[in-house]
Write a protein that binds this ligand. Sequence first.
Ligand code: UFG
Length: 342
Amino acid sequence: MSQKIIVTGGCGYIGSHTVVTLISNNYDVVIIDNLSNSNKKTLERITKITGTSPHFEHIDLKNPEQTKSVFKKHNDAVAVIHFAAYKAVAESVEKPLMYYRNNLLSLINTLEFQIEEGISNFIFSSSATVYGAPETLPITEENKVQRPFSPYGNTKKIAEEVLEDLVKTSSNLAAISLRYFNPIGAHKSGFLGELPNGIPNNLMPYITQTAAGIRKELQVFGNDYPTKDGTPVRDYIHVVDLAEAHLKALQRLLNKEQDKPLEVYNLGTGNGYSVLEIIKSFERTTNTTLNYKIVDRRPGDVETLYADTSLAEKKLNWKAKRDIDDMIASSWKWEENLKNEQ
Ligand code: UFG
């Protein structure tokens, strides 16, 4: 019989791609999502790709009664993958309480009721933002964790601290925290991808929406950084590679292979690309010309971030396989499909 996995935030960008990977690997998936920043249509998209409809629980993890009852109902699950969270950096600066309330209460309720039901495995959706402005590159898991610039980022740091404390007392809990670098790309079918609400904050959806004519012009935030061409460098990673890393982390937990109750892994490719390099690759890969202009720096941006991925390679037996052209081409295919749907 298939093992049951609870995926919170499974209708979101990374969550939905992970659900597809899990179903394709014969897991039985229960999605918990309040659809606050996602769409029920994603369930149809997942079904279209996999031929299987995941179970869906439309509840809010901030609500302890609802959370308790859903975990009771699915107490035959063997693991929880927790994606559910708000993720817009600028919005979190404007509305810190909203971010702390949502991201931390949903984490606490999830952990509390999964432990109560004896579900001992937990995977957390963390971020490279916990490294702040790194002192050394590439970033290893040994790099110093620093107070992130935004409340959003700080919820990730605090969540990892909650897990550190919890594994000391909850002897059954086994957790893995995955620190993502910059996820972009979409499922190769073109049926699943990132669906930002309103004006995108992140580079890739802004680029695809500009090329599709939804946005007039891309603003490049600063070209006076001490990098190869003056624009910030990031480690962009294909969302399907990321999804596959969750599968590997899950297998490590289920096989009881961890070296310690809480493990932390960087998920990136190890390659850094500047904003201008991404724009040029986009233009080349899609044969389009992008309307962009250089403007002032965006507050809080770090000049360069890229991962040392050797720990994930060694312990999770995982390495990103998809290159930047694949990331860009799949993002564009998704954007074009969305346009045709309307
Ligand atoms: N950028 C632009 N124009 C835009 C959007 C972005 O020039 O319209 C630039 C940014 O200045 C940055 C780069 O593109 O140099 C990447 O920006 P993103 O917003 O796509 O990604 P960030 O690296 O800022 O953010 C990501 C995640 C966050 C996480 C943060 C820090 O999206 O969740 O990394 O790790 F908090």
